[in-house]
Design a protein around this ligand. Structure first.
Ligand code: UDP
Length: 317
């Protein structure tokens, strides 16, 4: 029997590359698409020579042309760190809107299942804690994060419209803070920022007083949740994340301890609209997908620290 084909947009990114690995190990043929705006070919170089993997360099805000049969479309492409989408506001809005429309159009034309990578940012600075899927959120549409939050909220609306109006088999995953190997050291997110700073003896840049909370999920757990959701029959949003919540200051201290670093903590101004709390309610994923995170914080951080240690040892070219 010939293999099923999955298209992954953003395949050279952090999550797209891990998802491509998982799909290949599940026996899919994978067509990875990326314009390399924030993705990096280094993340998929281990797939070079794999006859089940094909890479197409393309900006999915333009029509996506994929010949042959496609069974699954995963739309993972987007700048995803606050620094990236502050620097790339128009591209962020375009990939969430036009890119989602094109990826949905591809799924419709191929009668494929479609899955959109949405985000906990849909909840904005939440007034309900922890966040459940039926909470509509507290988003500032015109603030600096609005370009990402509103693009993803539009993407969810467009996805539901394709499901209801065109009967496309769609899924929506709301991804909470995820970390692991292949994150960009300089992407500004708190995990690579603090690990990179700790390993290089630089001060850890804690924004605000560090009392804001986040809940960190290791990448293999997240990808497992996404894969399970893609095989499910559920069409409304599902949170995937690790409910283990901590303050940013606690996180900074944990990184200092786990790396044995002597770095100081340097308090910096809190970015505009930075959510004060974030923690997923994963009751729905537990029930629907029999999913829950398995990798402990210490285990996940250790793997990530090892990755960045190796990465930093590579001489700059
Ligand atoms: N943060 C920080 N120092 C940094 C980077 C981020 O204190 O160098 C904080 C940021 O203000 C936020 C949290 O860490 O409260 C998580 O930030 P991140 O950029 O990882 O993603 P977010 O969850 O805000 O989308």
């Amino acid at each position: 029997m010939s293999k099923k084909t999955a298209v992954v947009t953003g395949a050279a990114g952090f999550l797209g590359s891990h998802l491509s690995d998982r799909l290949l190990s599940e026996g899919y043929r994978v067509i990875g698409i990326d314009n390399l705006l924030t993705g990096n070919l280094r993340n998929i170089e281990h797939l070079t020579g794999n006859s089940d993997f094909e890479f197409i360099r393309h900006d999915v805000t333009n029509f996506i042309n994929v010949p042959g049969e496609v069974h699954l479309v995963f739309h993972m492409a987007s700048p995803a760190s606050p620094i990236d989408y502050l620097q790339l506001p128009i591209q962020t809005l375009k990939v969430g809107s036009l890119g989602t429309h094109n990826a949905l159009g591809l799924a419709k034309a191929k009668q494929a299942t479609f899955l959109i990578a949405s985000t906990s940012e849909c909840y904005g600075d939440p007034l309900i804690h922890p966040q459940r899927e039926d909470y509509w959120g507290n988003v500032n549409p015109i603030g600096p994060r609005g370009v990402y939050d509103e693009a993803k909220r539009f993407a969810e609306a467009m996805t539901m419209a394709y499901h209801r109006f065109h009967q496309v088999d769609t899924k929506i995953v709301r991804i909470f803070n995820t970390y692991g190997p292949r994150m960009r050291l300089e992407d500004g997110r708190v995990v690579p920022a603090f690990i990179g700073q700790a390993l290089q003896g630089q001060p850890l840049t804690v924004f605000g007083d560090g009392s804001q909370t986040r809940s960190f999920c290791y990448v293999s757990d997240l990808i497992d949740g996404i894969f399970r959701l893609s095989q499910s029959n559920y069409h409304e949003p599902v949170n995937i994340g690790n409910p283990g919540e901590m303050t940013v200051l606690q996180f900074a201290k944990a990184i200092l301890e786990m790396t044995g670093s002597k770095s100081e903590i340097d308090f910096r101004p809190l970015p505009v609209d930075d959510p004060k709390v974030r923690q997923p309610d994963i009751g729905l994923a537990r029930k629907l997908l029999a999913w829950e995170p398995k990798v402990s914080f210490n285990e996940g951080i250790e793997k990530t620290v090892n990755y960045f240690r190796q990465f930093l040892a590579i001489p700059a070219c």
